[in-house]
Design a protein around this ligand. Structure first.
Ligand code: MG
Length: 399
């Protein structure tokens, strides 16, 4: 008798004030269920609708063993496809089916993916400060905790800057030229005072005109970054060809990618060094493992997007891929606080700058439904939309 999908339910929960979307696939076998991450925090309610009103009725009764066929059927079931809402919905189901397959096999998911290539998953830690000295102090504190990779972001005086806290009284405006100058000063300072043992990363977050990003990547070349992230917006990826000819600074790209046609040319032509996709936004573990295998043959390493608005279930999925994919590069860290860890028992353990698996079957993580219900989405006038950021003259810019 095949084990079949009995029901698919979406959970919306916001521990520590972050809106998360988690999908639970229930099966015909009593007590057997799987969890998947479908978190697209800025459009969480749209994803929930796509799961509960479309995928659930479409997939009920399907054999849980058929992960690949279920993914392919769901992919074309809306006819129009490759968008972030539908991909996240599919990821919720896909990751839950891998969780179920692991539980049925009595193995962690990384075993189903080929087994461990490494004992644990090195993480990069987010470091920031209001000036270069404060960033240096934050990195030193991280190194004392065992981190060997740190992302360094610095505030730009008078401006709202990605990755650094907005100071009281700061205007919510942003300008590219002061930012570029401040980042160069930051890395000059960090290498002078920290030496070259620590691996340093930086995220441009697609905020500057492309030629500014090329200029910045060239100026940072002497500081040997581990990677420079998102120099361009997805709409400007053709600039990667110019950038590659100008500098050997390693490039990470792609947390906003949804469609295979956005990233395939960059990998095939070896224009990036790290693929940064948000695993749920490309559709889950099934497409991510194929993407990782493709990247391996082109010398591109993985660096899956891992901020706080990937649920702990999604971080667990990232970890299983990281353990099993030979061309793993680095994993972005989000340290989940107590409230989140109570909602998600079995959160991957973080120590010595690495994430460690617990070796339970499946993804190794659970959802405490009662605790999740105690931290519902809070009232928010725009339902979690990213607020506009503007230049001094009022022009809206990319987030
Ligand atoms: Mg980023």
């Amino acid at each position: 008798m095949p084990v079949t999908i009995r029901n698919i339910r979406t959970f919306l929960t916001a521990p520590n004030h972050i809106r998360l979307v988690v999908v639970r696939v229930e099966t015909s076998e009593p007590g057997l269920y799987g969890l998947g991450c479908a978190t697209f925090t800025q459009r969480a309610l749209s994803v929930a609708s796509a799961v509960d009103q479309y995928l659930a009725p479409f997939l009920k009764g399907r054999d849980v063993d058929d992960i690949e066929d279920i993914w392919q059927c769901a992919f074309v079931s809306g006819y129009w496809r490759n968008g972030p809402v539908l991909n996240n919905a599919m990821s919720g189901v896909d990751q839950a089916l891998w969780d179920i397959k692991g539980k049925r096999a009595g193995m962690p998911v990384y075993q189903l993916l080929g087994g461990k290539c490494r004992d644990c998953v090195p993480l990069y830690h987010h470091c920031s400060g209001e000036d270069p000295k404060a960033v240096e102090d934050d990195i030193r504190a991280s190194m004392e905790q065992g981190y060997r990779y740190c992302r360094a972001q610095v505030a730009v005086p008078s401006y709202a800057t990605y990755g650094a806290r907005v100071q009281p009284g700061q205007r919510a405006v942003w300008e590219p030229s002061p930012y570029v100058r401040s980042v160069v000063r930051l890395f000059d300072h960090l290498r002078e005072h920290l030496g070259d043992e620590i691996e340093l990363l930086h995220d441009i977050h697609e905020r500057v005109p492309p030629i500014h990003a090329i200029n910045l990547a060239k100026q940072l070349e002497k500081h040997s970054l581990f990677f420079l992230e998102d120099p361009f917006a997805p709409e400007d990826v053709e600039y990667h060809r110019l950038l590659r000819q100008q500098t050997s600074t390693p490039i990470a790209m792609g947390e906003l990618f949804c469609n295979v046609n956005e990233y395939l040319p960059l990998i095939r032509d070896q224009l990036i060094d790290f693929i940064r996709v948000h695993v749920s936004t490309i559709g889950g573990i099934s497409p991510a493992r194929k993407l990782a295998a493709l990247c391996e043959f082109f010398g591109v390493r993985t660096a899956w997007h891992g901020p706080g608005d990937v649920s702990p279930v999604g971080h667990a999925a990232n970890m299983h891929l990281d353990l099993a994919c030979y061309n793993f590069g680095i994993q972005e860290e989000h340290y989940f606080r107590e409230e989140t860890r109570e909602v998600f028992p079995g959160c991957p353990e973080i120590r010595d700058g690495c994430m460690w698996p617990n070796d339970r079957p499946g993804l190794g993580i659970d959802l405490d439904e009662a605790k999740a219900a105690q931290v519902p989405f809070e009232e928010h006038e725009t339902n979690g939309c990213w607020p506009p950021i503007r230049r001094a003259d009022g022009t809206v810019i990319r987030p």
